[in-house]
Design a protein around this ligand. Structure first.
Ligand code: S3P
Length: 179
């Protein structure tokens, strides 16, 4: 089974995904890392050298590979992945999706570090970042909102979120077995 973690930049997809995979004893795949491996450069360099359209094409190719791969896997997606092409439908068809929902204010706080490696928000101060998230999030939530499970992460501990996801994975597994 594939379990896809989706959500805005800074919502914790990678760190929570790694912990959940460890708790479940599943494989962990970080899509941005896979893109970097396949392109031989950092995400920010892919954007700068080849542009966003090329990045989205690589992202879709990697998603296709992940979906067709064998074994139980937790997949941390890039924040924009569900919102391009038919990626969201593909993830919902090939596995289970979990949206880590977080408010703009919380996202800004969590993105205190790590803005520079993210081309969409490089160089933004807090006020600009907050405005950017407030503008971008509603459009993205049209896709994120199609997830099988939505977790409100504001104020929730990592442990609570991980346990929630692990329980959900176990329920999906038993649904599959009983089908
Ligand atoms: C992006 C999010 C990033 C990365 C790229 C574009 C986006 O991933 O894929 O910089 O469009 O939201 P994270 O969500 O892991 O930061």
């Amino acid at each position: 089974m594939k379990l896809f973690l989706i959500g805005f930049m800074g919502s914790g997809k990678t760190s929570l995904g790694r912990q959940v995979a460890y708790m479940l004893g599943w494989r962990f795949v970080d899509m941005d890392k896979e893109i970097e491996r396949s392109c031989g450069m950092k995400v920010s360099e892919v954007f700068a050298t080849h542009g966003e359209d090329h990045f989205r094409k690589c992202e879709q190719d990697i998603l296709r590979d992940v979906c067709s791969g064998e074994g139980d896997t937790v997949v941390s997606t890039g924040g924009g992945a569900p919102c391009h092409g038919d990626n969201m439908q593909a993830m919902n068809r090939m596995g289970r999706t979990v949206y880590l929902r977080m408010s703009p204010a919380k996202l800004v706080a969590r993105l205190e570090h790590g803005r520079d490696k993210r081309p969409k928000i490089q160089g933004m101060d807090d006020a600009r970042l907050l405005a950017y998230i407030r503008e971008a999030l509603p459009g993205r939530e049209e896709y994120y909102g199609k997830a099988h499970l939505i977790i409100d992460c504001d104020g929730a501990s990592d442990q609570y979120i991980c346990e929630h996801i692990v329980r959900f994975a176990a329920e999906c597994r038993s649904d599959e077995t009983n089908r």
